[in-house]
Design a protein around this ligand. Structure first.
Ligand code: ADP
Ligand code: MG
Length: 596
């Protein structure tokens, strides 16, 4: 069970400077446990006084009162110390939770962007939030309580043997028997069950979110049965494991509770046996009374410890889940302070495969995109165009070869320098839930209002701004303010215009635009592209006809390179693509004519 220890000591690393406070909390909890046990002893002595009266003596109310006060006082002191103990442990717990979250978030910032494609941000947030919260309750409550319970057990065992070992020993045997049963039936599988159980719970939550998110697609395509199936499967899987987990605990729990709560079954015959041979019947009755008062309390404490191991598993699990995030290889960022000497982009024998994929998405690709020129990348879907584009700003890192900007490997550029060098316009850009103004400003945080309005103007956003209630200060996504795909694209272009990076990567930037928007996006892009090094992926080949260089990709390999005229003359792969493209236009026009 080495693993078990690792999880918790790993968790404790995150307590930071508050670690000693946790120790103090545990010591205090142990002390409070002794005080909280005191009333049992007081009740015992009080009962003794009462028994005394049965023996014909007068009731000593003074003493009775004393024991009562003593019980009250020790309970009060015990609780007060316990309160301080919990105060300390809560301080530690909140800081640990904060430290865990900070560690996970600062780690995520260092991950390559491509990582977030596999791990959606919503899922990551849930993992971090839920699991760090899970550790909070363990540190705040279970860790001090465990010491309290342990002290209780030790004191209880000592008292039980001390009062009358002939009654104490059989009871202790019983208690350990109960524990033995418990350990035999639980423990081994519980940890693995707990893990699968948590996995299934996470899956179920994820599928529920996906189901709700995809509800529009579900409705439009009448996919309810298929889509619900996945959600349902996740629920079924969860149910199966929740059930299996519960069942795995059943025997142990039942065995333990039966044995421990059956202590009276032993106590009574043992008492009869011991009582029959006892010389001092009065002393025996008094001792017997002690066990009657004390045994249920011991059983309660043992139960408490038993449930604590459950919490411990959970805290370990939570830590491991956060560790999965922390152990992901971060992207190495160097900062030599080097600056590119020009704005050329050069691929040198670049190969790359996505994680888990058998085939290379891009293999042995070399080309140079000269400063201030346009390089177009064409090829069928899946040929590796977007992969090439996403390697430039290091969304992923190349497996082999290198990419240089102005003579410097992108891996040797500081993050800031790289970001300043390259702008990226995607197929479907996203806007923050902020004003359009702030969305554009994200391109250059130091920009003035004039600069932002100018960028919006150049990106053909004037008509969008004019129709919104608060103009450029309207918040997107609020009060029913939604923009069409083409409109969002123009805002994204404004952002890139403001940023004014010398290298521009465009990945099918006009793919989702409707005819109206397409014209405006075209103008906006023209303004954006002025004087830049451009790497452009376009499905409309007419837009890249004038590119200085066209690169043709086929199954991850660069198969042809040249300008439009050369490549058409060559009658190779580009020529085929060009012919296909023209045919599709003819077909579209033909269709429109037929519809008229
Ligand atoms: P294109 O942009 O030319 O359509 P891509 O560069 O997107 O092509 O894809 C190249 C290859 O890599 C394809 O086989 C595709 O299935 C695969 N691929 C693309 N993105 C991912 C990803 N995030 N994870 C795994 N494989 C991917
Ligand atoms: Mg693509």
């Amino acid at each position: 069970m080495k693993k078990k220890k690792d999880g918790i000591s790993r968790l404790l690393e995150f307590t930071g400077k508050y670690r000693n406070l946790l120790g103090l909390s545990r010591v205090l909890s142990g002390i409070s446990a002794v005080f909280i046990l005191m009333p049992f002893i007081c009740v015992y002595f009080a009962s003794k006084e009462l028994i005394n009266t049965f023996m014909g003596n007068a009731l000593n109310t003074q003493k009775l009162l004393q024991w009562g006060l003593c019980a009250f006082a020790s309970e009060f002191i015990g609780l007060a110390i316990y309160f301080v103990a919990l105060l300390c442990s809560h301080i530690v717990a909140f800081h640990t939770e904060k430290n865990l979250k900070m560690a996970a978030l600062t780690h995520l910032v260092k991950m390559p962007l491509g990582y977030f494609e596999k791990k959606p941000s919503g899922k990551l947030r849930k993992i971090i939030d839920e699991n760090s919260a899970q550790t909070e309750s363990y540190i705040a409550h279970q860790m001090p309580d465990l010491v309290g319970a342990q002290v209780t057990i030790i004191v209880a065992v000592i008292l039980m043997v001390l009062f009358d070992w002939k009654l104490g020993i059989p009871l202790l045997v019983l208690v350990f028997l109960g524990f033995g049963i418990q350990m035999t039936f639980m423990g081994k599988d519980t940890l693995t069950f707990m893990k699968t159980y948590q996995d299934k719970l996470e899956d179920m939550n994820h599928e529920a979110v996906e189901y709700v998110r995809g509800i529009s697609v579900v409705k439009v395509f009448g996919q309810s049965v298929h889509s619900f199936k996945k959600f349902r499967e996740a629920i079924e899987a969860y149910k199966k494991y929740a059930f299996a987990y519960t069942m795995s605990c059943k025997k142990g729990m039942v065995g333990f509770n039966t044995v421990v709560n059956a202590s009276f079954v032993i106590l009574v015959p043992a008492a009869l046996l011991v009582g029959a041979t006892s010389e001092d019947l009065r002393e025996f009755i008094e001792n017997f009374l002690f066990y009657v008062i004390f045994t249920p309390a011991t059983a309660v404490m043992l139960n408490k410890i038993m449930y604590m191991s459950d919490y411990k598993f959970r805290a370990q699990e939570a830590m491991e889940r956060i560790d999965v995030i922390l152990q992901n290889e971060p992207q190495m960022v160097k900062d030599y302070g080097w600056k590119p000497i020009n704005h050329d982009v050069e691929f040198k024998n670049v190969s790359f495969a996505y994680e888990g994929a058998e085939e290379m998405a891009v293999s042995n690709v070399s080309f140079r995109a000269k400063e201030g020129t346009m390089t177009a990348i064409v090829g069928h879907s899946g040929s590796g165009k977007s992969t090439i584009a996403s390697l430039i700003p290091r969304f992923y890192d190349v497996k082999d070869g290198s990419i240089e900007i102005g003579g410097i490997d992108v891996k040797d550029l500081s993050q800031e320098e790289l970001i300043n060098q390259v702008s990226f316009v995607f197929q479907n850009p996203k806007l923050f839930k902020e004003s359009l103004f702030d969305n554009i400003k994200a391109g250059k945080t130091t920009a003035t209002r004039e600069e932002i309005l100018e960028a919006a103007h150049l990106a053909q956003c004037d008509d969008i701004i004019a129709k919104l209630p608060d103009g450029i200060d309207t918040i997107v996504g609020q009060k029913g303010v939604y923009l069409s795909g083409g409109e969002v694209q123009r805002i994204a272009i404004a952002r890139a215009l403001l940023k004014d990076a010398p290298i521009l990567v465009l990945d099918e930037a006009t793919a989702y635009a409707d005819p109206e928007n397409e014209h405006q996006i075209g103008i906006a892009l023209k303004n954006l592209m002025k004087g830049k090094t451009i790497i452009m992926i376009a499905h409309r080949l007419s837009t890249i006809k004038n590119a200085e260089q066209i690169i043709v990709m086929k199954q991850g390999k660069l198969v042809e390179r040249g300008n439009h005229n050369d490549l058409v003359m060559k009658q190779g792969d580009y020529y085929k693509l060009w012919t296909e493209y023209n045919q599709s236009i003819q077909w579209n026009i033909g269709k429109e004519v037929a519809e008229c």
